[in-house]
Design a protein around this ligand. Structure first.
Ligand code: ATP
Length: 573
């Protein structure tokens, strides 16, 4: 029997009032440790504000206008009154809770998810009306505090400050003998990105089950990432391998291709299903991959008749509408560089040379499907030559890969088996950082009424929070400025999000939920009492002379540069 949803709703209320990371994690872990495994699964999804795994399409598709109507309908008040309350409180969940006088709770955790799934599934011509009626009926069954969180989940903005990292930490404490086992739990998540399934399995079988997960079709693993070095010669020190494979580094969108018979699914680095954005690439892959079941790793790039297009150009293809028009405007191709699953077998533990061989044997190249160009050698000069050739071709650099016996595919890991070397490093240019926008300051003069500067934060994965690193006010073009204005609207928060750590003197005029990631150039990392990244003795790391570079729409906030990476760059390691 599933537990009452009221227990989960009251946990959410308590979390909203608890600022400390450790206390929040403790509350979560206490809750999870006393739930049945199926409830752990469902509660995990709901706690992240969703009804399923992150790679699934979980949006309910109900417009805020219809949700307003559902609240009005459920609690017998006029829509005007609901709208007024919404304006006043800035949150429809809070408005619902104020209007709702119901006391008795009957809903279970599993009821709530099943009913939300029904809302998602409502389709057809009058789908908005159907969704509205279903939500209204669910709200009629929910007492005040429960309706607050149901509405927020339905609209996709639960905002209780719990991210994947905190949930994994809570799982470690609840089921795996404590936080010291977080990395093993995380490793389970790198392979099983369905956080509900992972939680259920940990609740049922304990920590050993996290190790048993492997890759399966239709469920993406987290992408393996590359380290960076300061001097190109450091690569030799870091990669313990007689021969090195040097591959071209393509600047586009990371993609994990799952092929199951005639079906192709494309997952982004952030584990979103992006197949519908690239129907042309999916079609080309279907023809090119000779195997029935396979998972491949690669990069989609803008590509016109042999010329690489810019990353910004490719990002124009991130759209729901006019997809076919844009596949012509911005032609793309995919460059495959790894193969991690073949006809029922995981290749994750195979060394790079045998995965590469499997890749080459499994793919017929075409105008739209390529295998990453590479060179394998033990001669360092060859690496330099290959790098120069790649840059001359308009590429951003190279990825050097170990060919040693232990060169396995490490999902979600930024290790020393892959090292990137980019053009700007070799030119002694400044570093770039991918940072989450967490606030903005009002502009003056020509920017009056808009933002003047953005407060940007790095990610602290250990504490699942965002620590401020710099304030960016330059580098915007008219175009990027107005697009940022639009993109940021979606993330506006009423108050400081729990997951953001800000010093008083850096308080922005507007806060944003970490969501949008931008790439920022900087000249120097210093220590400053105004920033909170990697704070020690009252001073955090801070980036001087920052300059906006571009929006990284392919990255989620948890993919932002971490505070550990920044520390490493500062120390020159
Ligand atoms: P950057 O910001 O430097 O582009 P990133 O933060 O997106 O990098 P990194 O892991 O640091 O990600 O760099 C590796 C990325 O480079 C991969 O995620 C992938 O998207 C891309 N890439 C391009 N070509 C290759 C290749 N041949 N092998 C591996 N990754 C490649």
């Amino acid at each position: 029997m599933s537990s009452r949803f009221s227990k989960l709703a009251s946990l959410y209320s308590r979390l909203e009032d608890t600022p400390s990371y450790n206390s929040r994690r403790k509350k979560l872990s206490e809750f999870f440790s006393s739930r049945s495994p199926p409830d752990v699964k469902v509660a995990a999804y709901l706690t992240l504000g969703s009804i399923g795994a992150s790679y699934e399409d979980t949006e309910l598709g109900i417009a805020e206008k219809m949700a307003v109507r559902a609240v009005a309908d459920a609690y017998g008040s006029g829509e005007k009154k609901v709208k007024k309350l919404l304006e006043k409180r800035g949150d429809l969940g809070d408005a619902a809770a104020l209007l709702n006088e119901k006391k008795r709770s009957t809903l279970t955790i599993s009821d709530v998810r099943s009913k939300l799934i029904k809302i998602k599934k409502a389709s057809g011509e009058d789908s908005q009306k159907k969704k509205m009626e279903l939500l209204s009926s669910l709200l009629q069954d929910a007492p005040s505090n429960e309706s607050r969180f149901i509405v927020r989940i339905a609209l996709g903005n639960l905002r209780i400050g719990v991210g994947e990292q905190m949930l994994l930490d809570a799982f470690a404490e609840a089921f795996a003998g404590g936080s010291s086992h977080k990395s093993e739990v995380e490793d389970g998540y790198n392979k099983c990105t369905d956080i509900g399934l992972l939680g259920e399995s940990l609740a049922k079988h304990g920590l050993s089950s996290a190790k048993r997960f492997s890759i399966t079709l239709g469920r993406p693993v987290r992408a393996m990432l590359a380290q960076r070095v300061d001097k190109v010669s450091d690569i030799l020190e870091k990669i313990q391998s007689d021969e090195l494979a040097v591959e071209e580094k393509y600047d586009g969108e990371r993609v994990q291709v799952h092929k199951d018979g005639n079906r192709i699914i494309l997952f982004s680095r952030h584990l979103n299903d992006i197949t519908s954005q690239f129907p042309d690439i999916a079609e080309a892959l279907k023809k090119s991959i000779k195997r029935k079941k396979a998972v491949l790793d690669g990069e989609i790039v803008g590509y016109r008749k042999g010329d690489f297009l810019s990353f910004q150009k490719l990002m124009q293809r991130r759209r729901k509408y006019d997809v076919s028009e844009y596949s012509e405007k911005v032609p793309a191709a995919v460059f495959l560089f790894d193969m991690i699953y073949l006809n029922g077998n995981s290749l994750l533990k195979k060394p790079y040379p045998s995965r590469r061989k499997a890749l080459e044997k499994s793919v017929n190249e075409s105008g739209m499907v390529h295998i990453a160009k590479r060179n394998v050698s033990s001669d360092f000069e060859k690496i330099r030559e290959f790098f120069q050739k790649s840059v001359d071709k308009g590429l951003e650099g190279i990825i050097v890969k170990s060919t040693a016996k232990d060169s396995v595919y490490q999902p979600g890991n930024r290790g020393w088996l892959w090292i990137k070397w980019k053009k700007e490093y070799s030119e002694g240019m400044r570093e770039t950082f991918d940072l989450a926008v967490v606030g903005s300051y009002h502009g003056r003069g020509s920017r009056a009424g808009h933002f003047g500067a953005l407060l940007c934060a790095a990610f602290n994965p250990k504490k699942d929070r965002f620590e401020t690193f710099t304030k960016v006010g330059t580098g915007f073009t008219d175009e990027s400025f107005s697009s940022l204005q639009k993109l940021l609207k979606k993330h506006r928060a009423r108050k400081k999000p729990e997951s953001v750590v800000v010093e008083n003197d850096m308080e922005p005029d507007v806060y944003y939920e970490p969501g949008l990631v931008i790439e920022v150039f900087g000249a120097e990392i210093t220590r400053s009492p105004s920033h909170t990244a990697f704070r020690k003795k009252g001073k955090g790391l801070a980036l001087r002379f920052p300059r906006f570079q571009r929006v990284r729409r392919d990255k989620g906030p948890e993919d932002a540069t971490t505070i550990m990476e920044i520390k490493r760059i500062k120390d020159g390691k």
